[in-house]
Design a protein around this ligand. Structure first.
Ligand code: SF4
Length: 79
């Protein structure tokens, strides 16, 4: 399974750490964002709000579908 998330060109704005992540997998440490890969659902919310496109997600289609199901269990998407 191809599944990866990484951060580059981070500005230190902290927007990705402000209540964006469902599982608090992204934190600021010494002015840089860090992602705990063991907790990350690869949902893409942090990448979506980043104005600098500093967060990149790469994953295979089957991993996308599994991640959507995991996020759906955590969030009521219908409301
Ligand atoms: S991809 Fe989703 S789960 Fe992973 S750090 Fe970003 S917001 Fe959190």
């Amino acid at each position: 399974m191809l599944r990866s998330i990484w951060i580059s060109n981070y500005s230190g704005c902290g927007k990705c750490t402000e209540g964006i992540c469902f599982v608090n997998a992204i934190k600021l440490k010494d002015g840089k964002a860090e992602i705990r890969s063991e907790s990350c659902l690869i949902c893409g919310r942090c990448a979506e709000i980043c104005e600098n496109q500093a967060i990149t997600i790469l994953m295979a289609q089957d991993a996308v579908e599994r991640s959507i199901k995991r996020v759906e269990k955590l969030v009521d998407i219908e409301s």
